[in-house]
Design a protein around this ligand. Structure first.
Ligand SMILES: [Fe+2]
Length: 455
């Protein structure tokens, strides 16, 4: 018995030394596949990844050459990525990571679903400040067991730095089972996708003052099918620092800037993932054309969702002038989008189904315009919407805003159907081919909102 216990302790210690960050699942750049990423010491090592479903034996994954992350203020480390290419749609699989031939980690995962396969996903935003609320909410997300998790931005406060991922993100969502502090062992089994918020990518990135900035591009592996292929594009933040510092960043982040915008499919859902930061000019016809083309190409999907950080429509004074993404409402309407998920405002809000015609063109902070609001839809008895539902799910951990407006509809915008800002919360959606059920669950496990949308 004692020997058995000792072996377990030694194995755990060895694993802790092997990883700086234990494996976590990413969508990667392989349609229908997934990636396993992990971080390890800055030394050459013989890493291997194998995976298997019930039907097959172990398959060796391709491990890409690691990227070395050396930034001031954090220990140099290497980021590894293995591609699990041969997964059948919706298939559960086991995977194991070996170091020098010795297994040092194992977990299970699920491949992206195919059309017609019902599934459950979660959406969170504005999370990473290591608050009690963020941690309690992480536990609730873990209990809900979503197949994947979409993050609508502001992943880590205050500046999207490498060290902040290690303090405010990974320990909360990628902890070891049995950790004392509230946290979830979620990332090893749940693919997680994100869009960048203003705290992930500032308008001006000072690589000299903050060499660990833009960690979004180090630690996420996302599809490279978006419109931002050119590092000289105008729709990017301003990078300052020496030419050497900027080139070193480019070397560490080969996916920059492409993974700031992309799209993917899971089950019957098509997801359009947009960067809504202020440096992006959403009146640029090249970007708008890409959005149109992407949505037109997804006509086969039963559901079309958009994720972006800055809420196009929101109640309250918080970030009230940051509603520039409403300019895209007509494009989303024509493209058949069902729900737009956003954050930035640190509470939960759901609109009634709505259509919007902006009265001003170009880059406008909060365009006035003409609203067509579906007051008939109630999400329970009347479930066929006439218009898009806009959800703000920015209550993921950062300090909450305007909870005094909960249950006071007279203080809401005419298009707001539900407002909740007094507890942290996340969105859980059950998706089937003919209906989605949206639930908002809070840090105490309570359901604070529920709405069904039917085709
Ligand atoms: Fe934000």
């Amino acid at each position: 018995m004692i020997n058995h216990f000792l072996i377990l302790v030694l194995a755990a210690t060895a694993a802790a030394q092997d990883f700086l960050q234990r494996p976590y699942l990413q969508l990667g750049n392989q349609p229908g596949g997934l990636s396993v990423m992990w971080h390890a010491r800055d030394a050459d090592a013989d890493w291997q990844v194998e995976y298997k479903s019930d039907a097959n034996g172990w398959t060796k994954a391709t491990v890409a050459p690691p990227r070395r992350i050396e930034v001031r203020g954090f220990q140099p480390h290497r980021v590894y990525e293995a591609t699990l290419a041969q997964l059948a749609r919706g298939e559960r699989f086991d995977y194991r990571v070996k170091l020098g031939g010795r297994e040092v980690f194992n977990a299970t995962g699920m491949a992206p679903r195919g059309p017609g396969q019902p599934h459950t996903f979660a959406v969170i935003g504005d999370t990473g400040n290591n608050s009690g609320g963020q941690r309690r909410l992480a536990v609730e997300i873990g209990k809900a067991s979503p197949e994947y998790l979409v993050h609508v931005g502001d992943v880590v406060y205050m500046s999207g730095l490498v060290a902040q991922y290690y303090k405010n993100h990974f320990p909360v969502y990628n902890c070891e089972p049995g950790t004392t502090a509230p946290c979830a062992s979620l990332l090893r089994s749940t693919a997680t996708m994100a869009v960048p918020g203003n705290h992930d990518i500032p308008e001006t990135v000072r690589l000299r003052a903050q060499p660990g900035a833009l960690a979004y591009f180090y630690y996420w592996s996302l599809p490279r099918n978006g419109p931002l292929t050119d590092r000289g594009s105008l729709n990017l933040p301003r990078l300052t620092g020496s030419e050497q510092a900027i080139n070193a960043f480019y070397d560490r982040a080969p996916n920059y800037p492409q993974t700031a915008m992309y799209s993917f499919d899971w089950g019957d859902a098509h997801w359009l993932m947009l960067d809504s930061n202020a440096y992006v000019d959403w009146s640029d016809p090249r970007l708008v054309d890409w959005v149109k083309r992407d949505l037109a190409g997804a006509r086969g999907a039963r559901w079309r969702f958009v994720a972006l950080h800055h809420a196009p429509f929101s109640t309250g004074r918080t970030h009230a002038s940051d509603q520039w993404m409403r300019q895209l409402a007509p494009v989303f309407e024509t493209g058949g989008v069902d729900v737009v998920f956003s954050g930035h405002v640190h509470n939960y809000q759901r609109t009634k189904p709505l259509k919007f015609k902006p009265a001003a063109e170009g880059r406008v902070k909060k365009a006035p315009g003409e609203f067509a609001i579906d007051d008939h839809f109630d999400g329970s008895a009347k479930t066929k919407p006439n218009g898009l539902v806009y959800i703000v799910t920015g209550a993921g951990g950062m300090s909450l805003k305007e909870g005094s407006k909960d249950d006071k509809p007279s203080m809401w915008e005419p298009y707001t159907a539900k407002f909740h800002g007094s507890t942290h919360s996340f969105t859980l959606v059950d998706s089937t081919p003919d209906r989605i059920t949206i639930r908002q669950l809070d840090e105490r496990g309570r359901t604070i909102d529920r709405a069904v949308i039917r085709r």
